[in-house]
Write a protein that binds this ligand. Structure first.
Ligand code: SF4
Length: 361
């Protein structure tokens, strides 16, 4: 198959999966860490292909993407399974259902990629967001869905600028991202940078820090790719007692700043879920402190999400502080870019001071 470079191993019929950074070696008849990719007689099979759940239309701001096509609507879906096992997962019934309740999550009819593309057309979506669970582990399904949409674009049933987004934990490999670039699959990726300490990453998610940072670095490098640019935003969920010290906030900000001060960073409020139900929600002052530290570290676009804090989701000019886009719980208010066209749309700038603003309109 094109999408997963299979490596045959000395052990009879064992394979290695190269889709995510776990790079599982899977013996015949067994599944990888995600439990949705299985070795069937030496062939790596995707068990969640066609198993879309929770299809819904969302404002793009809900993902959250604040600097990519503001005000647009995306058809969103996920599938069962995940390559992490986060103790605080909000969608644990979807992501960990295979682990918790076995194979029954794969029951039911397939929703083929063409049906998803048709749903996007019918509901007048501007794009598709692969989300809710980790899209890396349903990459083949996402790939086929993009191809169906491209066909519909050629037939003028979907707009020429119809787009595809991954809402990801960033645990994908360079090989996967190379396919994204080569085949022009995704226009934007939002990555969770959950922790900056490897021990915390492993303890709470089952993944490691470095592969996520590598993904952020690679996608950041694609932002200005002349052949196929990929927009990047990063989110950090602030969990009380786990990653909420000034040093934690500074480390997140400094990692991003070293790549570009223009990468949007969202600090998000934690609420008790799943195996972290005993923890309190993140105090708002802690999130505001995170924002201040990240701005002081030089980042231009820092947001606080999942709160009612006034103005926390607004985009302001990094030079003169003029209000550019107002947001309140994902609903867009004032947007100074809403009516731009032509060159102005390609090179957005602050109407007050002329500062270039990093945003894809
Ligand atoms: S996607 Fe990741 S976790 Fe799943 S089998 Fe492949 S390498 Fe393992």
């Amino acid at each position: 198959m094109l999408y997963s470079k299979l490596t045959r191993l000395p052990q009879k019929n064992a394979v290695r999966c190269h889709l995510c950074a776990h790079r599982c070696i899977i013996p015949d008849g067994k599944a990888g860490f995600c439990l949705v990719r299985k070795n069937e007689s030496g062939k790596l099979c995707s068990l969640n292909w066609g198993k879309a759940v929770a299809l819904a239309m969302d404002p793009i701001e809900k993902k959250p993407f604040f600097h990519f096509k503001p005000g647009t609507k995306v058809l969103s879906f996920g599938t069962p399974g995940c390559n992490f096992r986060c103790l605080n997962c909000q969608n644990w019934d979807l992501s960990q259902g295979v682990r918790e309740s076995g194979q029954s999550v794969f029951d039911g009819n397939d929703i083929p990629p063409a049906a998803i593309a048709e749903a996007a057309r019918r509901q007048k979506a501007d794009g598709i967001a692969y989300t809710y669970s980790e899209p890396t582990i349903f990459f083949e399904y996402a790939y086929d869905t993009v191809q169906e949409c491209k066909k519909m674009q050629k037939e003028k049933k979907l707009a020429k600028d119809f787009f595809h987004l991954f809402v990801s934990n960033g645990y994908f490999t360079k090989e996967m991202l190379d396919i994204v670039e080569k085949e022009k699959l995704l226009s934007a990726i939002r990555i969770d940078l959950k922790f900056t300490r490897d021990d915390k990453y492993y303890e709470i998610t089952g993944g490691r820090f470095q592969p996520v940072l590598d993904s952020i670095r690679r996608v950041a490098a694609l932002r200005n790719n002349s052949r196929w640019p990929v927009h990047l935003e990063v989110i950090n969920l602030v969990i009380p007692g786990e990653n909420d010290t000034p040093d934690d906030f500074r480390a997140v900000a400094e990692h991003l700043y070293s790549l570009s001060p223009d990468i949007p960073l969202h600090f998000s409020r934690f609420f008790p879920y799943y195996q972290m139900s005993h923890k309190p929600p993140t105090p708002i002052p802690s999130l505001l402190e995170a924002k201040k530290i990240a701005q002081d570290a030089g980042l231009h676009y820092v947001y606080v999400g999942n709160t009612d804090a006034e103005g926390a989701e607004n985009t302001v000019c990094p030079k003169c502080n003029a209000l550019l886009i107002e947001r309140n719980k994902f609903s867009p208010g004032k947007n100074v870019f809403a009516k731009l066209g032509g060159e102005e749309k390609k090179n957005p700038a602050c109407p007050e001071c002329g500062e270039k603003i990093e945003i894809v309109l």
